[in-house]
Design a binder for this molecule. Structure first.
Ligand code: SAH
Length: 240
């Protein structure tokens, strides 16, 4: 995925407004699968105390050289710096990276995770706030794990959070009605809009732990369930 320039970057524009003015307009989210929704922009600026138990756990477990992938406003990177940890934050949003730098993230770069010119290696790779989304779809698994092998140091670990969307298909009797002949049920398409800025549509993968563990195994990784949240969300550790 190429970098996102400001004129196509609704989330980055919302982050920049909130950072510079202390408030932002409505960051709208459209999907062919759901009703129109919005992302509360202040949540993208959450402090460690406002983060979920899952996120706090991932930050506590992060060790050595840490890479925060899709770092947004830099909330996790700033929390890690405050803990005295060594972190590099990357994002494809040029606006978000500017904001991260202004907020004091020491190593923030506008880089696509899949940019092969980016060749550092890390002890910990963090993918948070449904970090599995960046994989895009199940076909993206091979490319993702191949890339992780390049970026992880020997003995390193990926911490990724996601949600099992099966609850969206729950019937009144507690059973789940899922069309197994269709796409995987956690595959969602999104498009965002902020003020006059319309982003391109993109695919975002929510994945249940068993399916993630299956794919991890296919590409030589071991998946462990670190902890579960209150609503079908969980943190996974992925190791070679
Ligand atoms: N981790 C942040 C932001 C999550 S939103 C938080 O928890 O608040 C997901 C972020 O991933 C967006 O900022 C988006 O620009 C970024 N992103 C999406 N695809 C990416 C890729 N291929 N490489 C790097 N960043 C990516």
């Amino acid at each position: 995925m190429p970098l996102i320039p400001p004129y196509k970057d609704p989330m980055g524009a919302a982050i920049a407004d909130y950072h510079r003015e202390g408030h932002a307009g409505t960051l709208r989210v459209f999907s062919s699968q759901f009703d129109e929704d919005e992302i509360p922009v202040e949540q993208l600026f959450r402090t460690i105390h406002e983060m979920s138990v899952i996120e706090q756990r991932a930050l506590a477990l992060a060790r050595g050289k840490v890479l925060d992938v899709g770092a947004g406003s830099g909330c996790h990177a700033l929390a890690l710096q405050a803990m005295g940890k060594e972190v590099t934050a990357i994002d494809i949003s040029e606006l978000s990276v500017e904001v991260m730098r202004e907020r004091g993230v020491e190593n923030a770069y506008a880089i696509d995770l899949y940019d092969e010119h980016f060749v550092e290696q890390y002890d910990t790779i963090l993918m948070l706030m449904n970090g599995s989304g960046i994989i895009g779809n199940l076909e993206g698994m091979e490319r993702f794990f191949f890339r992780m092998k390049q970026l992880l140091k020997y003995g390193g670990c990926i911490y990724m959070d996601s949600s099992d969307l099966k609850y969206l298909f729950e019937e009144e009797d507690g059973s789940f009605l899922i069309d197994v002949s269709g796409d995987y049920y956690g595959l969602v398409d999104f498009r965002m809009q902020y003020k006059g800025i319309r982003g391109d549509a993109f695919e975002w993968l929510y994945i249940d732990f068993d399916t993630l563990a299956y794919y991890a195994g296919q590409y030589g990784f071991r998946a462990e369930l670190v902890c579960q949240g209150s609503h079908y969300d969980y943190l996974a550790a992925l190791k070679l």
